[in-house]
Design a binder for this molecule. Sequence first.
Ligand code: 3HC
Length: 398
Amino acid sequence: MVEEINKVGLVGLGTMGAGIDEGFARAGFTFTGVEIDDAALERGRTHLEKSLAKAVAKGKLTEDEQRAILGRVTFTTSRDDLADAHLAVEAVPERLDIKRSVFADLDRILPPAAILATNTSSLSVTEIAALTSRPGKVIGLHFFNPAPVMRLVEIVTTVVTEPHVRETATQVVTRLGKTPVAVGDRAGFVANALLVPYLNHAVAVYEQGLATREQIDAAITSAAGFPMGPLTLMDLVGLDVLLDVMDVLWDEFRRPRYAAAPLLRRMVAAGLLGRKSGRGFYDYSGADNPAEPEPTAPLAQLVGDGPGQISLADLLLVPHLNDAARMIGDGYATADDVDTAMRLGCGYPKGLAAMLDERGVKNVTETLAELAAAGLFTDDTAPLLTMLAKQGKDTLRS
Ligand code: 3HC
């Protein structure tokens, strides 16, 4: 059993990995970053160096600290260099064949007592654990983008994770200055299972011509105070990553709410992945990004702030609250866990359970009924909300 984690390896220095490495190095761990080839390794190294230089320029890090951090970091293209690591975190692309090769190597190379962690957001941690000879020592450490900023890490345990592995992982996450939330191995865990269908719904609303991308983003930032509108956030995270999450949610739950919007699939097929490819819902290539004309689709008149219309913010948010009530009703997460996950993982000013309680169960169920009557909500009201409404209770926590 590994008593203390000091040496950490990270395999994959892409969008997520390149943010995770800085956290480990800054928290005092001896850290080895592994990439597939020299070019990718160089990108990872440059990312870390630039980020540290920025922190020094802002006066958030001294030059001595910067030197000490860089002194604890090694970059390599050889997984064999992780032979004395106590913990390895994998952040490679979400394909089982790639994960299979990484975990076979980590299992062979690291000492038998070492912990193997995956940052997967769309594969089953249980299936990944089963690829190794030490399934009890495999755990999910799910970080959020941008990893240096978002404070949540979901700690995903499977039915066979050894209790001390969970405790050790919790200590590591706390040492990183992050907040751990323990979750079971279910598609999307807590935060993505709630966030991603809401993002996908925003795509569907856009695709149906009910609002422009600017109107959708502004409705959410102004009405709910979320730090980013859904389409802007999708461009940050990567549309391919989000489509993968939608597909596993669909595989596991088979509800209309989890069917990927056709436009999302088309955009991914066309290589419009968001910031990382230079274009997603918006253009990041330096080209002009003019606002779109007002939608002319006939159904667009249902949505707006006029009398008898449904507000765009309600259209996007109220089904999101319903999803949270469903998850809490399922017993997968508590209202507090849902709120911590959404505040610290996605920067929401308040958690979804808190928002729901503020609006009231009656208001939420009535709005869902209005949306359904207009054909704009095709899922069911969460059984927990129906039950509370019948009991005359207006809050989840009542
Ligand atoms: N990398 C490193 N640091 C970054 C950064 C990045 N990509 N983006 C912003 N920051 C830092 C800035 O440097 C700044 O640091 P400072 O306080 O030391 O100066 C700080 O974050 C605040 O940045 P800004 O003032 O430029 O911008 P905002 O206040 O608007 O915050 C944000 C930016 C933190 C990204 C905020 O908009 C936010 O919270 N957005 C929501 C992000 C979110 O929902 N993430 C979860 C996505 S889902 C996911 O990742 C799971 C996966 O499995 C799909």
